[in-house]
Design a protein around this ligand. Sequence first.
Ligand code: FE
Length: 205
Amino acid sequence: MALNNDILMKLIRREAEKYYSSDPGHDWLHAERVYRMCMKIFEKEGGDPQVLLATALLHDAGVQHELEYGVDHSEKSVEIAGEILSRIGFPRGKVRMVLDAIRVHRFRKGIKAVSIESKILQDADRLDAIGAVGVARAFSRGGRTGTPMYSQQKSVSSTVDHFHEKLLKLKDTLNTETARRIASERHAFMETFLSRFLKEVEGKE
Ligand code: FE
């Protein structure tokens, strides 16, 4: 029987959800958002939708392992994804495409995505780090790591700094035209948010 996307989604969810972190920035809801964004980008940019589905839903399955042991989560995600895909009978010829895309998705690695599926995953993952969701994720990350929201001392690193060091740069790292278009409104929203936030911090109306 051919696996349609609904069945595939249910099978992967049943196997993968338990691996996901309870960290709100990298939980199963993040994987679902990345999946929806991958599909949106796919409509314009193409690629293999089945590969994108599996890639998006499994790409951060190793994050909990990283939080506990400090090892790179993309390798752990590749390992978990490989096991799950073989268990659920995912088309063998596509497994490598999924694993390659997961391997290169990580921002800090700075590896260039080659296949269209890996480009789309990177873009969808980065789009989830900006805009209103990006703001929510940034402060939730700050809460988890005990980082102050903002700081008026140069020596203290804050979540506002994280916007300048990473999140405001993401729009210039995207692979596809479709993602760049979606990023522009999300980017503008973050700038609006930050200027209002700092205004309120200063005690202005
Ligand atoms: Fe992710």
